[in-house]
Design a binder for this molecule. Structure first.
Ligand SMILES: [Fe+2]
Ligand SMILES: [Fe+2]
Length: 293
């Protein structure tokens, strides 16, 4: 099968409705993040490697495994839209060497982002966000999932969970084990008993709505993809200091989304309707934690 057909079949398998930007219109290729970030699609696919990020090591391993298509979730060249003019202009040294590696191994990289978030079949006639379904399934947290009401798409952010009094450290263990992580960052006390938890949209800058949601819905634990200091982080700390059972666990954006790309191996054969070699390559956990002795 040609790489172009592989991409079309994967896209066709998904719901294809723009769930991220809230338009609820079919995803348009001109505006979606899902682009061929590198290489030709007009050649036979020798195999597919799924990953969150097509790092240099992932490219090397894909080649070692004899696959010539990397399906990644995040951008290849460190910017939204994978623009490369600025890198060419500045003769960026890492860019030039990464590009040379892709050329040498003849590897094509396709970014699979909006389509996988738009939904994959849940097997019961509905749709689930393929990334967060994967995260919750691989970590075992899906058994605590509280279904969202009035939505055609489940497992979409903000994701609500009901842990019924589980301790933070127990939840942290499940995430580290299931996502294959070296560790996880905790704000709060590991012994805190958690009832309601949520995985919110990106915590980045304007987070007043998230803070209101945390308050109104009695959220004890935020499982954050990324975490800046000056919004939700300090809000939860003040809650803790006022005696609330609050905590934050954060493994990082890519570490949280990567299990969704591993989970992709479960449904890829159905999407492709043909036997093609498929492997998963973990691009993280890139974090190591040094603790003061
Ligand atoms: Fe992401
Ligand atoms: Fe994502």
């Amino acid at each position: 099968m040609k790489i172009s057909e592989v991409i079309e079949k994967i896209k066709k398998y998904t719901r294809g409705i723009d769930a991220l930007n809230g338009t609820n219109q079919p995803i348009r290729d001109e505006t979606s993040r899902d682009i061929v970030a590198y290489g030709s699609v007009d050649k036979e696919c020798t195999g597919i490697a799924t990953t969150c990020y097509a790092s240099v090591d992932v490219i090397r391993k894909a080649h070692e495994n004899g696959v010539n298509l990397i399906v990644c979730h995040e951008s290849l060249f460190w910017n939204h839209g994978d623009h490369t003019e600025w890198l060419e202009e500045n003769r960026n040294s890492v860019y030039l060497r990464k590009k040379a590696l892709l050329d040498e191994y003849q590897i094509t990289v396709w970014r699979f982002h909006d389509y996988i978030h738009s939904g994959i079949p849940d097997g019961k006639g509905g749709w689930v966000d393929g990334i967060f379904k994967g995260f919750l399934y691989k970590t075992g947290l899906d058994r605590y999932y509280v279904p969202a009401i009035r939505t055609p798409l489940q497992y979409s952010m903000p994701i609500m969970l009901n842990f019924q009094g589980m301790k933070v450290w127990e939840i942290a263990d499940m995430i580290m084990e299931g996502a294959g992580l070296n560790g996880i960052r905790l704000i709060g006390d590991p012994e805190t008993e958690i009832h309601y938890a949520c995985i919110p949209m990106h915590i980045m800058f304007n987070d007043n709505e998230k803070i209101t949601m945390i308050d109104k819905r009695n959220i004890d634990l935020v499982i954050a993809m990324e975490l800046i200091d000056y919004t939700v982080n300090i809000y939860m700390r003040d809650g803790i200091q006022l005696g609330d059972p609050k905590a934050i666990l954060t493994a990082g954006h890519f570490n949280t989304e990567e299990p969704g790309m591993k989970y992709m191996l479960h449904w890829l054969p159905d999407a492709l309707e043909e036997e093609i070699k498929t492997i998963y390559l973990q691009s993280g956990d890139a974090n190591h934690y040094l603790l003061r002795k």
